[in-house]
Design a protein around this ligand. Structure first.
Ligand code: C5P
Length: 239
């Protein structure tokens, strides 16, 4: 397998073509951004931590019968994934009130939701990734109704699997964001990454935050938080 031309560079990852047309080479970067790019930094070791954590979580999901684009970890900062056309929707699942749900509703941060809720955001930097409903998805032609239903079902399955897994590591899965894509034959699969950049994870006893909120709100060292998550998942920073 050879790494070929750079196809796309995002805020946290670079995607390269490979010698196999159906596979992409992903490199996790050390760049940290928040508030739609308004806050930026380069945090040494972040790419490695996210790659390790994301690889472990995709492996756990596969064990639990939830497929994704993840093929294998290539190095401490790289993964091989199945190429997909990304659906321009961010699917957020929430178990506990935090972040924009707290700001939008006024419900106190930390309030447990009796049932998880699923939200869709339109992936568009210029618009600031707005929250949208099923009618908006239809007029934007972002996805067909069957895909929307399937994404919701898959997102809830991911939630059940990861919530239990994090619980066994002493962590509360507060909320997270997923992205989905379609493969060459049109199959809808889970794509992108699942990492502390895209999840809120709190200590179950102290409710200390270990995720990207540490960077967003200047609560301490992002690397320390992410290292704690990796350690609790049974991983290490060495290959
Ligand atoms: O900011 P908000 O409360 O809507 O975020 C919900 C969850 O989705 C958080 O875990 C956050 O890290 C994640 N998210 C993300 N990428 C975005 C927006 C939110 O990973 N563009």
């Amino acid at each position: 397998m050879e790494k070929q031309a750079l196809l796309y560079e995002g805020k946290a990852k670079k995607l390269y073509q490979t010698s196999e047309s159906e596979l992409l080479w992903v490199e996790y970067k050390d760049d940290a951004t928040a508030f739609n790019g308004e806050k930026q930094d380069v945090l040494s070791g972040k790419g490695l931590l996210n790659n390790e954590i994301s690889s472990l979580l995709f492996e756990k999901l596969a064990e639990n019968g939830i497929p994704s684009h993840f093929e294998k970890k290539l190095s401490s900062t790289e993964q091989l994934v199945i190429k997909t056309d990304i659906i321009p929707l961010e699917v957020v699942v929430r178990n506990v009130v935090a972040g924009s749900l707290h700001r939008r509703t006024g419900i106190e941060e930390g309030t447990e939701l009796h049932q998880p809720i699923v939200e869709f955001y339109y992936k568009d930097d210029a618009l600031g990734d707005p929250l949208i409903n099923h009618d908006h998805i239809r007029i934007l032609q972002a996805a067909v109704p069957e895909q929307v239903e399937s994404m919701k079902e898959k997102a809830l399955a991911v939630n059940e699997s990861l919530k239990t897994h994090f619980q066994s590591c002493g962590l509360i899965l507060v909320d997270f964001k997923l992205e989905f894509g379609t493969t060459a034959d049109g199959t809808l699969i889970l794509a992108d990454e699942i990492s502390p950049d895209t999840c809120r994870l709190w200590d179950e006893k102290t409710r200390e935050k270990f995720d990207k909120d540490v960077f967003r709100y200047g609560l301490g060292s992002l690397q320390d938080g992410y290292t704690e998550i990796l350690k609790r998942l049974g991983g290490s920073v060495h290959d």
